[in-house]
Design a protein. Sequence first.
Length: 237
Amino acid sequence: MSQQIKGGIYYLIANIRHSFIVFWSILLALLLVTVGSTLLFPDSVVSFQLSAPLYAFAAVIGYWSVNNAFPYLIKMGSTRKNIFLSFGVYALLLALANAVLSNTINNFVTLLIGTERDVGIITVTENGSTMTFNHVGDLLGENTWLMRVVIDTSISFFLLAVMFIIGLVFYRYGLIGGVGFLGVLAIIIVFGFSKGWLLDFFIAIYENFSFAFFYQLFAAGTFIYLLSYFLLRRMTA
């Protein structure tokens, strides 16, 4: 790995450090309040989810990095290829770090409050039965720490890649080009649902839903990120 790539990764990590600390400080403060309330009131229900904020954070960072980090790297003489590789490694490390932190904390809280409590935020009621899901992995039955880490990493990386390429479109073509791009995506989605093929696609995912889906999602995120290079190579400071 070249010094320029290492420097790019270091700068990206340093650039996000403050936001990362603030994000986790707020998240942990809310979690402490929730858990504290549960311990004080034994009959209460914990309704807190760490994974959902991670996904939102990943999406925001994917877009934010384009405007706040890349112009500086370009001015410092980093090539587009090295910037592309630096952000790819950085995005994967960020997604993995958040997934490991989130699920380690989740395991600790579970040990603290006990597994007999109803922990979750998504509740589904069907035929008189109520199920509460704390994590997407709960839909798969067996839900281990490693499975949750893989799931959260794949979803976060996918969102990072999607929002990264959207950020590049806005940066490269301005507000009109960016809004136009989102408009075309919206038209494709509406057209897909109206013709039924997009609905069939989601039904097929639901009917064949398994842990392998998240490997496929990570592969899709990687493919989307590879496509972003065609925009990045024409990017100016």
